[in-house]
Design a protein around this ligand. Sequence first.
Ligand code: C2E
Ligand code: MG
Ligand code: MG
Ligand code: MG
Length: 285
Amino acid sequence: AAKRTGKNKLVTYNSSHVQRFSNQIQMETELRKAILENQLILYYQPRLELSTGNIICLEALVRWNHPKLGLIAPNEFIPLAEESGLILSLGEWVLREACLQKARWLEAGILNYQIAVNISPCQFQDESFSDKAIQIIEQTGIDPAFLEFEITESSIMQNMDTTVAVLDKLCNKGISISIDDFGIGYSSLNYLKQFPIHCLKIDRSFVKNIHSNKDDWAITNAIIHLGHALEVQVVAEGVEEWSQLEILKETTCTTIQGYLLSPPVSAIEIEQTFHRNNNKPVMIS
Ligand code: C2E
Ligand code: MG
Ligand code: MG
Ligand code: MG
């Protein structure tokens, strides 16, 4: 269950919430409406570069601001969106909104970071995905170099021919690609030499006990060094404690994300933090 409190509070992640919908069909109907009626909202979580202390990227994370139920976490509706096919229009909404937000920040001359957008395996395997994505980016006038697509190992492994074609197209446009939840997928490492990957995001299940579990330390350490050898960025996800950060620094991890730095927050909140701190990130704990 989600433990955060205060104004960033998300409804709990347990199933009781979803049970408030009388059934799956009702939830699907409401989600379809939510996409059309702008009930979705993007939160942003910063990624910090340890060597400079600078934020280098903001990950866009979708929430459903339900008129009666309040903010619903993505784990509660992304699976249904994937099952029902709604993920395609939801994913387009997310990408468009992330690009529009980036455009607003560019216009205001603030928060000059890359934006990372999560791409579902269903989107990634959709034939028209890369063309649609490029079209949205062009419509919003954003330089594709500002964008990173976070994909999972399962996206890559589903159909290698599609993967090669899609990644080539995206990379040629200048979009960066990161592997999300790295280490928990059922994939070979072979793809790392076939595809133009910019970043590995170490799954937070390894980071969680890095200070107390020898095996988690060993795996995290190995991924970090693999990343260095491949000359890609390595992000540790889910960093919550200083003790984890200390060990990540020792193991030469280059960038982190996690509640220690900031939970995902609304665009307004991230702008307020920006103004309060002169563009410098603050560690919360
Ligand atoms: P993810 O892409 O791996 O995103 C990271 C998740 O970890 C986020 O959960 C974030 O709030 C959470 N997190 C960040 N730091 C910490 C930490 O220090 N401790 C803990 N315990 N958790 C932390 P969130 O926002 O609930 O999203 C969950 C998942 O839903 C995401 O995992 C992603 O797979 C999916 N998702 C979110 N937004 C989108 C979207 O726009 N499109 C798609 N396809 N999937 C999305
Ligand atoms: Mg992600
Ligand atoms: Mg993800
Ligand atoms: Mg992840």
